[in-house]
Design a protein around this ligand. Structure first.
Ligand code: ADP
Length: 259
């Protein structure tokens, strides 16, 4: 049985096809989220990579910010539930999920069965989300995919004191003009995001078994800074950015099996 999960985010679209609710047979990730052609292209790309036709799919589920705009999904499900399902599938012992995406950040507490018990979300302020990192990447003319490597090479992390993205941008430009090195600035930027998310996370009961999901999980600078802030190890799967789509495909499988 084949099921597909479609995760339409604010900045990226992801699709995952699962065989029998277990094996990932294909995946696709494209830049461009809600309101773009990326979700449809990602859907076709995933089918093509799996060597399947749409009629071969037994069930589909859409999630993410743009899930209501995807016509033809058998099911729609919140990204909170999907990240919980996906993370529990890959890390059965996970009890806390930190999901940092392109425009929001969520911290979820799970019970031992992987069910979400509580969550805290920031979707009001760009600081503490991928948006903050993307703005800084433009200022520094350095891709976010380089941030982890650069932050790891910093001898003295820069201090970014502004919590507002707009002011922080000016602060980074002036530090750049004052000769602060790229590695130190990138490390400071990652620290700033981690500090915001950590203070958000501390409002929940953080239980060991922490896992990061969402695109920012691919940023080793933020992950390392968060580990320091929370004084705990954080697991990250190479599939972290696909976690919502994996969860949606799992949900579609469960529904298809029990219907
Ligand atoms: P959404 O689902 O809201 O569209 P994602 O979970 O896909 O967002 O995360 C997007 C964010 O992930 C971007 O804002 C960017 O900062 C970060 N990101 C994406 N790819 C990478 C990468 N290779 N390395 C570091 N950060 C990344």
């Amino acid at each position: 049985m084949y099921t597909i999960g479609i995760d339409i985010g604010s900045t990226t679209s992801k699709c995952v096809i699962l065989k029998d609710g277990a094996d990932i047979v294909s995946k696709s990730l494209l830049l461009g989220g809600i309101g773009t052609a990326a979700p449809a292209r990602s859907f076709s790309e995933a089918l093509e990579a799996a060597g399947l036709k749409e009629t071969d799919l037994n069930a589909s589920a859409a999630t993410g910010y743009g899930r209501n705009r995807w016509e033809g999904a058998d099911y729609q499900i919140s990204e909170l539930s999907c990240h919980a399902l996906g993370a529990h599938h890959l890390f059965p012992d996970v009890r806390t999920i930190i999901d940092i995406g392109g425009q929001d950040a969520k911290v979820m507490a799970l019970n031992s069965k992987g069910r979400m018990q509580n969550f805290i979300m920031n979707d009001k302020c760009a600081a503490g989300t991928g948006r903050f990192l993307d703005v800084m990447a433009l200022v520094l003319q350095t891709p976010v995919s380089e941030f982890g490597r650069l932050a790891a090479g910093s001898a003295e992390h820069a201090r970014i004191s502004s919590t507002c993205t707009v002011f922080a941008e000016s602060e980074v430009i002036s530090q750049l003009a004052n000769g602060v090195g790229l590695q130190d600035l990138v490390a400071g930027i990652c620290d700033s995001v981690a500090a915001r998310v950590a203070s958000q996370a501390k409002r929940l009961d953080i239980r060991p078994g922490i896992c990061m999901t969402g695109g920012v999980a691919m940023n080793g600078g933020v992950r390392m800074a968060l580990e320091k802030e929370l004084n705990a190890e954080i697991s990250v799967s190479p599939l972290a950015q696909y976690m919502g789509a994996i969860g949606a495909a799992l949900y579609a499988y469960e529904k298809a099996v029990h219907n």
